[in-house]
Write a protein that binds this ligand. Structure first.
Ligand code: NAD
Length: 444
């Protein structure tokens, strides 16, 4: 990899893009949507993307907001707020997960939907970008309440989604079981071919149309990208030291896969606390512990550490895999790593990005690093559409090929423009979207 010369907008604190004023955007510098949009527009400027495509991409096509009641176990009803954002479908149906979390907000979901558009374009899968969520605390709900909530959310947006229109998937706080309830609700209520309705959602259980390898796909994709890129900057995967922020689906799998590839996981932190062991934390044992106790705290084979000690642990690669904007200037200033691989979407706020850039930390952006999940979702959708069942080996091979090609594409763009990796990944995605708009034209 060559030394970056053009950092992303957020990394430099660059001035506001004129399109922000043209579209009447607010000025809040920490707003996640403005941060993501600024990154996109910075890359659009670099590749001289047509103005008409820039303004289309600067706002989602559809913003769906729903309110629906759910009967709780004690008999009373609670009203929930849900979103489905459909950002862009120039390349194919909208695609993106939905999350159940207390901090679900419109602008954050819009930002995540835009990232999905970029991610699918970068990996060259025929989907656009979408995202959804329900403001709730799933940990505080019984299984029955969770099921009723999932089914009501599906029915509230059922008219606006579909196997060839918009295809949700799991994200934070949702899982394969919730996808099964979601698919069943859609199939029971849709007017069309009931079996084809299975394709309305991916990340389903394997026995109900899910794909082999979907659960581990995002973590596997992170590992595939690291194995493809790191040797080029003198970090062999064998023996590399890693710290993990978050130990849920993505980092729980990523940690175990990287450990099996020879990496040493020396620090882990989640919402329950931090752990450090310089001889390596056994992620397989930690995964078992996490399943039992719903957190990493209390794991016996590592020392308990606080937030600052976690970030200050010297590592080759830091992998944030928790929520958005957790790494602000303070956390970034503590970091002692050569590379940050974004398993989570938008893990830094603008001040964190600036600090990382000033420290010369190489960032592998989320639209590349965590694209494994949507890639295997595409394989699941393809299998459902063609009534095929791929074995795990075929899924792994195809995933690895998509991730490695996307990584090489990003490196080539970076070398061409002399920019940082985030700018390059967005530029690569935008070149593809721009080429599609050029041949499609803009209706009418
Ligand atoms: P998850 O719900 O399974 O895990 C989230 C993790 O974050 C948990 O370990 C939780 O303890 C931790 N966390 C939450 N709050 C925290 C805090 N304050 N401090 C430290 N840790 C905290 O979610 P996931 O599916 O692993 O997703 C993680 C990230 O990856 C999200 O940004 C998500 O959008 C992104 N992502 C997920 C997928 C996927 O396939 N699941 C795909 C692409 C991107």
């Amino acid at each position: 990899m060559t030394t970056a010369t053009t950092p992303s907008a957020a990394a430099t604190g660059a001035t506001r893009d004129p399109i922000f004023d043209e579209l009447g955007f607010p000025t809040d510098p920490d707003n996640l949507y403005l941060q993501t949009c600024g990154t996109m527009l910075n890359s659009a400027e670099l590749i001289d993307l047509k103005h008409r495509v820039r303004i289309i991409l600067a706002q989602p096509k559809n913003e769906i907001m729903v309110h629906f009641p759910v009967r709780m176990d004690d008999g009373h009803h609670r009203l929930f707020k849900g979103y489905r954002i459909q950002h862009n479908n120039a390349l194919g149906p909208y695609k993106g997960g939905f999350r159940f979390h207390e901090d679900v907000h419109l602008d954050d979901v819009k930002s995540l939907a835009m990232l999905m558009t970029m991610k699918c374009a970068l990996v060259r899968i025929p989907f656009g970008g979408g995202k959804g969520g329900v403001k709730c605390d799933p940990r505080g709900l019984s299984e029955g309440e969770l099921q009723r909530l999932s089914r009501r959310y599906c029915s509230a947006i059922a008219d606006q989604i579909g196997p060839d229109v918009d295809i949700p998937a799991p994200d934070v706080g949702t899982n394969a079981q919730i996808m099964a309830w979601f698919a069943d609700t859609y199939m029971m209520s849709s007017a069309g071919d009931h079996h084809d309705g299975l394709r309305v959602v991916t990340g389903k259980p394997v026995e109900f149309g899910g794909s082999a390898g979907r659960e581990k796909a995002t973590g596997q994709g992170v590992a595939d990208v690291l194995a493809e890129m790191l040797p080029g900057i003198g970090i062999p995967v064998e023996g590399m030291k890693v710290s993990l922020l978050g130990f849920g689906n993505v980092n729980g799998w990523g940690g175990r896969i990287l450990q099996d590839m020879g990496a040493k996981i020396v620090a882990v932190m989640d919402h329950t606390g931090g752990l450090r062991n310089d001889n390596g934390i056994d992620c397989h044992k930690l995964f078992e512990h996490n399943m039992k106790t719903r957190g990493v705290a209390g794991f016996a084979d590592a020392d308990a550490i606080g937030e600052e000690d976690f970030y200050r642990t010297p590592v080759d690669v830091f992998i944030p895999g928790a929520l958005e904007q957790m790494i602000k200037q303070k956390q970034a200033s503590w970091l002692d790593c050569k590379v940050m691989a974004e398993a989570a979407n938008a893990p830094c706020d603008p001040s964190g990005e600036r600090e990382l850039s000033a420290k010369g930390i190489e960032v592998i952006p989320a639209i590349l690093a965590n694209a494994g999940g949507v890639t295997v979702s595409y394989f699941e959708w393809l299998q459902n559409k063609t009534s095929q069942i791929w074995d795990a080996e075929r899924v792994d091979t195809e995933l690895n090929r998509h991730m490695c090609v996307a990584a090489r594409r990003t490196l080539a763009t970076r070398a061409r423009y002399g920019c940082d990796m985030r700018t390059a990944a967005f530029a690569t995605a935008l070149e593809h979207i721009g080429a599609v708009y050029k041949v499609r034209g803009i209706f009418p």
